[in-house]
Design a protein around this ligand. Structure first.
Ligand SMILES: [Zn+2]
Length: 243
């Protein structure tokens, strides 16, 4: 009998270890306190590229900023938040209309999660066939969920005409989304919907509004260095000055 129990235990243990390690398509790292960065992957110009999102735990449920880029990870993200923290996701806000931000909006709405974008994002999403949110913001908005508050800010046209950033004042976390490039990036990336003319001013607006953030989360790649805002500004100025 004993060897059977032992074998069964080993089997169950390896099964759960396997489950935890198997998902290389969803990476979750704690940022600070109740803040976590999650990363999913998709292909951009043939290269497997990471996209960062954020989730925040509150005593009224979890909040997601931007949906996974990889559609196979919409549900695993919810499952992971439940498995790790026993929290249901109650709110999801997407920061511009591209698929790496909005891809999961319809799915999350179906799950009973309150989904938000700005009205400007919604207009672009509609035009470009992207997934849309249930609730639309008509101006910069402060959300309060449980013990946490955060503010949306539209700084102008940069990466996209509708890009917003999210500021968590108490923890000085600036969620930059795709407007802000990582220190790892040596270009502004996908400029398909970007404004070469306005990009620098838009980033300068963010820098002036939210001084000395402790953490800055860019849309892609490494997010450990808050100098990413000035790095982005430098690149945007260089691009603007190109003949
Ligand atoms: Zn992006």
């Amino acid at each position: 009998m004993r060897p059977v129990i032992l074998m069964l235990t080993c089997f169950l243990l390896s099964g759960s270890l396997f489950k935890q390690q198997a998902n290389a398509n969803l990476k979750i790292t704690r940022l600070t306190g109740d803040f976590y960065i999650y990363t999913t992957y998709n292909y951009y110009k043939g290269n497997r590229t990471p996209a960062n999102g954020l989730y925040l735990l509150t005593n009224k449920g979890a909040v997601i900023i931007d949906t996974p880029w990889d559609s196979t990870q919409f549900q695993p993200l919810l499952d992971s938040i439940w498995a790790r923290h026993h929290q249901k996701v109650v709110l999801c806000l997407a920061t511009h209309f591209h698929e790496d931000r909005t891809g999961g909006l319809a799915y999350y709405r179906q799950q009973g999660i309150r989904t938000y974008t700005t009205r400007q994002t919604d207009m672009l999403s509609q035009k470009r066939g992207m997934k849309r949110a249930q609730f639309l913001l008509t101006k910069d908005t402060t959300f309060t969920v449980g013990q946490h508050s955060f503010q949306t800010y539209f700084p102008g046209h940069g990466h996209a005409p509708d890009n917003i950033v999210v500021w968590f004042k108490k923890e000085r976390v600036l969620y930059g989304g795709c407007l802000i490039k990582s220190m790892e990036d040596n270009s502004l990336g996908n400029m398909g919907d970007a404004s070469v003319k306005d990009y620098a001013q838009t980033v300068a607006n963010v820098q002036r509004t939210y001084k000395n953030p402790t953490y800055v989360i860019p849309g892609h790649n490494d997010w450990t260095n808050p100098e990413s805002v000035s790095h982005t500004l430098t690149m945007a100025r260089q691009l603007q000055q190109k003949p």
